[in-house]
Ligand binder design. Structure first.
Ligand code: PMP
Length: 294
């Protein structure tokens, strides 16, 4: 639960939760025009903070938005917000909105982008899901491809992911698999996807239409370190149905196993040995590295 005393950073000032407000003319609200990051901190250190800040600036650049601060300053805003809330373990939502403008699409009438930092706690899935595995279902809504708004942009417009999540839940899933417009697997509504087949880890290429996930990158590093072969390739639902193991990665989800997908039991129907190994290594890494907060 979020402590009632939480302090939210908006454009240089901390506000109590109930007073943390932005204009109804902000294009972040009117059009979903803006970018964001979800960042985790463990035991007083922020995990992969530099990579999150880099991706934030890349997302902003791609949508032609100039963040009104330098990366080192935004980094300090994140750390200061965690300190202000006296937290050691939790989640940060860093949001850049286009700023206050007019009732027209043009972003060029918006004066200054707003920078918002919320430090809180998060638990995406209940603890038992990490022991038993999630249930997935295929969504009808396709992940927009690179000829549309690039799926690499972590934008404030998550409606297609939200529609996909609605479809996954309607189909009895806890998370949904999103395909790209060619019918290949892109990712889940809020996580990247990996499978294990005959000792090899496989994951869709970023070109398939996924976010360039930071946890995905960590898992690729951990696999290399452990000497487990890994390939990035085009993957279909068939590759997921017939996997020995299936797991998802994301900042909020971390590494989470999957037990069932579209009513097919995956492997033995419980987390497999490579998934368990990566979950353990991920936890060790997350709890022993990162940018010190205090
Ligand atoms: N895909 C989507 C659509 C996401 O929103 C996220 C983040 N929740 C991810 C993948 C995972 O990315 P990361 O590991 O960088 O959090």
């Amino acid at each position: 639960m979020t402590p009632p005393s939480s302090q939210i950073y908006i454009d240089g000032t901390f506000y109590a939760r109930e007073d943390a407000k932005i204009s109804v003319f902000d294009h972040g609200l009117l059009y979903g025009d803006g970018v964001f990051e979800g960042i985790r901190f463990y035991k007083g250190r922020v995990f992969r903070l530099e990579e999150h800040i880099d991706r934030l600036y890349d997302s902003a650049k791609a949508i032609h938005l100039t963040i009104p601060a330098r990366p080192a300053e935004v980094t300090e805003m994140v750390l200061a917000t965690i300190r202000k809330n006296e937290l050691h373990d939790g989640y940060v939502r860093l949001v850049i909105t286009r700023g206050t403008g007019e009732l027209g699409l043009s972003p060029y009438l918006c004066k200054t982008p707003s920078i918002i930092v919320i430090a809180s706690t998060i638990s995406l899935y209940p603890a038992e899901k990490y022991q038993k595995g999630l249930i997935l279902a295929t969504c009808a809504t396709r992940r927009p491809s690179h000829d549309s708004l690039s799926p690499a942009v972590k934008s404030l417009n998550y409606l297609s992911n939200i529609m996909a999540k609605v479809e996954a839940i309607a189909a009895g899933g806890e998370e949904g698999v999103m395909l790209n417009t060619s019918g290949y697997v892109a990712e889940c509504t809020g996580d990247n996807i990996f499978v294990v087949k005959k000792g090899v880890i496989l994951t869709p290429t970023t070109g398939s239409g996924s976010l360039y996930g930071i946890t995905r990158r960590v898992v690729i590093e951990l696999a290399a370190e452990a000497g487990i072969p890994l390939r990035e390739m085009d993957m279909s639902r068939y590759d997921l149905y017939t996997a020995d193991e299936l797991f998802l990665t994301g900042t909020a989800a971390e590494v989470v196993p999957v037990a069932e997908y579209d009513k097919r039991i995956i492997g033995e129907g419980r987390p497999g040995p490579i998934t368990l190994q990566l979950m353990a290594r991920f936890r060790e890494l997350a709890e022993s590295t990162g940018t010190p907060i205090y």
